[in-house]
Design a binder for this molecule. Structure first.
Ligand code: THU
Length: 130
């Protein structure tokens, strides 16, 4: 899939976000090694802490459908700047894709491309336990 198409899928997910508390929609589109794409949005909760980020929604959808190898993720927010994944999402992404390409997308469709090692240096992963 073209990067631009992946970014558009992340932007489209802004419409699906359930954000009555923060009013801060985030969308994600996660591409697997076989080209399958799983999308996600943030889903908030009146009790606040059960809130899940867009990135983890996408990862958990993928893993629960049998996909564990990811090549890139596009993360979109309805902002002028770029929204980077939170620490918890970085760690969840690292579990399955330590070298993941991370594409941040703003509301204008501008992009900034990073890697997971950029975002989570000296990370802890499954190999450290085995
Ligand atoms: N959020 C995400 O979904 N992904 C991020 O990368 C940053 C934060 C969500 C969580 C919450 O619903 C809202 O944005 C404000 O923190």
């Amino acid at each position: 899939m073209q990067v631009q198409e992946l970014c558009q899928k992340a932007l489209d997910m802004l419409q699906m976000a359930y954000v009555p508390y923060s009013h801060f929609p985030v969308g994600a589109a996660l591409e697997c090694d076989d080209g399958t794409v799983y999308t996600g949005c943030n889903i908030e909760n009146a009790s606040y802490t059960p809130t899940i980020c867009a990135e983890r929604t996408a990862v958990f959808k993928a893993v629960s459908e049998g996909h564990r190898k990811f090549v890139r993720i596009a993360i979109a927010a309805d902002t002028d700047g770029f929204t980077a994944p939170c620490g918890v999402c970085r760690q969840v992404l690292r579990e399955f894709a330590p070298n993941l390409e991370v594409i941040l997308v703003n509301k204008h469709g501008d992009t900034k491309t990073l890697t997971l090692p950029d975002l989570l240096p000296l990370s802890f992963g499954p190999e450290d336990l085995l």
